[in-house]
Design a protein around this ligand. Structure first.
Ligand SMILES: [Mg+2]
Length: 183
């Protein structure tokens, strides 16, 4: 079995973001947006009347990140991949102000991940690895790595065929694809 370098996104791939973000905005501005309503990368479309500063404000608070939760199955299968001998790197586009808080929460949720395995990088195509698991289509298109798209309402309309991208719907499926890749 080949030992792979696995690049893995944080937000909405292993760390729930959208559900916590919209719950904060819904509470503050008395809205009723659901995760399924966020059908594009641009979340501002589902909050008409609010400006970008108001919409993005929660992400600049450390307490926000401390309340995030793990994506279903991500801890179990990510740890299994690490135990299989693969190298895991969490690659996240994050603002500098809250990166430490986000990292702290990631280590708390995934204690088998060391701080040096968490990298802040906006341009993931620059990071060397065998495979990237991500829910953001813009991170997968153009990368030299194998591409696994984690299905989310905001990427559901993207037509992945022609980009060499494989869409998956669960962490079990991610685990199986990577085992197949490494075999
Ligand atoms: Mg993401």
């Amino acid at each position: 079995m080949r030992k792979l370098t696995i690049l893995c996104d944080a937000d909405d791939t292993i760390q729930e973001l959208t559900v916590h973000w919209i719950s904060e905005l819904n509470r503050k501005y008395n809205r009723n947006v659901k995760k399924e309503d966020v059908t594009s990368w641009d979340i501002t479309r589902v909050y008409p009347g609010l400006n970008e500063d108001e919409i993005f404000a929660p992400l600049y608070k450390n307490e926000f990140w401390s309340k995030t939760t793990a994506v279903d199955g991500s801890g179990y299968f990510l740890e299994k991949l690490a135990r299989d001998g693969h190298k895991i790197l969490i690659v996240t586009a994050s603002n500098a102000e809250t990166f430490e808080a986000k990292k702290k929460k990631l280590i708390e949720m995934f204690p088998f991940i060391k701080p040096e395995q968490i990298i802040r990088e906006n341009n993931k195509q620059k990071v060397a690895g065998d495979v990237l698991i991500d829910d953001g289509v813009h991170n997968l298109v153009g990368g030299k790595y194998a591409k696994i798209l984690f299905n989310q309402p905001h990427n559901a309309e993207f037509e992945e065929r022609g980009y060499g991208i494989t869409r998956v719907y669960s962490w079990r499926e991610i685990y199986e694809k990577i085992c197949h890749m490494a075999a």
